[in-house]
Design a protein around this ligand. Structure first.
Ligand SMILES: Nc1nc2c(ncn2[C@@H]2O[C@H](COP(=O)(O)OP(=O)(O)OP(=O)(O)O)[C@@H](O)[C@H]2O)c(=O)[nH]1
Length: 302
């Protein structure tokens, strides 16, 4: 899957404005939702002067997607999560209308209200995920694994190189590649492959040290930046990680597999183009692949 940076630097302001408008809209939605249920309650118990038109008006006030869309930068409104929210909103309105029709016919059906509540809960989960994504500025997060992506790597690596230039500390870089991953996809399907990638990402995040950072660089390839670490230390850290991966119980839908990874390591000089260090780490990675996989290899000058 090609990585796609969702935002350019200059879009960050627009994104922040959208996030602010988003929070306000979602807060209004929640307040309005309470009113909606209150009026439903009043109508069904014949308390107060509430008509189904009042309830219908509140239902249309719950349609927040058009407000959100008019404020959103294209990268948000075309994002898969936003499209999912739109779909869920449509379901919510359809079910809300059904509840109103049932009320008009003078029948109280808790089933239909219950169904509406279930849809609203799912809607909330999606709204919350979008909120978290916006907080992490969407740009930086890989949609499948939730790891930082290539754009985040490119930004961070420059900062770490500048730090390492000031402190004189070594900076190391590792490339991790899943072994025989094509076979996993071909044998068990792409969805199972996606599941394995998500589990690998969780394992990496769990087992890297707090100052290290891991990125999904593309497909089944990940990068780790290890500040204040020379290549021999990086080799030890990566070997521990490699062992953790090999121990992972990967089991989904009745399928179980064992997955290993190969890792290449290179030092990252503070004044070089990071692509050069990536190339060296890649060379080491291919040596690990050529000599049996499930290994960590340090790049060495010939
Ligand atoms: N399920 C899934 N597969 C992906 C994704 N991105 C890349 N891939 C697959 O990863 C596989 C990579 O295969 P290859 O580069 O041939 O390497 P490999 O089979 O892992 O073999 P070695 O690297 O030599 O051990 C291909 O089948 C890609 O389709 C993704 O997001 N999800």
């Amino acid at each position: 899957m090609p990585e796609k940076a969702l935002f350019r630097e200059e879009d960050v302001d627009k994104l922040q404005n959208f996030h602010y408008a988003y929070k306000k809209t979602v807060a209004k939605y929640h307040a309005c939702r309470l009113d909606f249920f209150y009026k439903l309650f009043c109508f069904s118990h014949s308390t107060g002067d509430v008509s189904t038109t009042d309830i219908k008006n509140l239902l249309s006030a719950l349609e927040i997607i058009s407000t959100l869309k008019s404020n959103a930068v294209d990268e948000v409104s075309t994002h898969s999560l936003f499209i999912e929210i739109e779909k869920q909103q449509k379901k919510l309105v359809e079910q809300g209308e059904m509840v109103i029709e049932i009320l008009k016919a003078d029948r109280i059906q808790t089933d239909s209200i219950h169904k509406l509540i279930v849809i609203m809960k799912q809607f909330d989960v999606l709204l919350n995920r979008l909120d978290l994504g916006l907080t992490a500025s969407l740009t930086d997060v890989d949609e499948l694994t939730g790891l930082l992506n290539r754009a985040a790597f490119e930004r961070t690596v420059k900062k770490l190189q500048a730090q390492s230039s000031r402190s004189g500390e070594m900076l190391s870089l590792a490339i991790i590649d899943a072994d025989h991953f094509k076979e996993v996809n071909d044998t068990y399907g792409h969805n199972f492959g996606d599941y394995v990638l998500e589990e690998l990402a969780d394992c990496f995040e769990k087992h890297i040290r707090p100052l290290d950072s891991v990125y999904r660089y593309g497909g089944e390839e990940f990068l780790v930046l290890l500040p204040n670490t020379d290549t021999e230390q990086a080799e030890r850290v990566m070997n521990r990680l490699r062992e953790e991966v090999a121990k992972l119980p990967l089991s989904n839908d009745g399928i179980s597999v064992a997955q290993t990874v190969s890792i290449g390591i290179a030092s990252l000089e503070c004044d070089e183009d990071p692509d050069e260090a990536i190339e060296r780490a890649d060379e080491a990675l291919y040596k690990a692949k050529d000599t049996g996989r499930n290994k960590v290899i340090l790049w060495q000058d010939k």
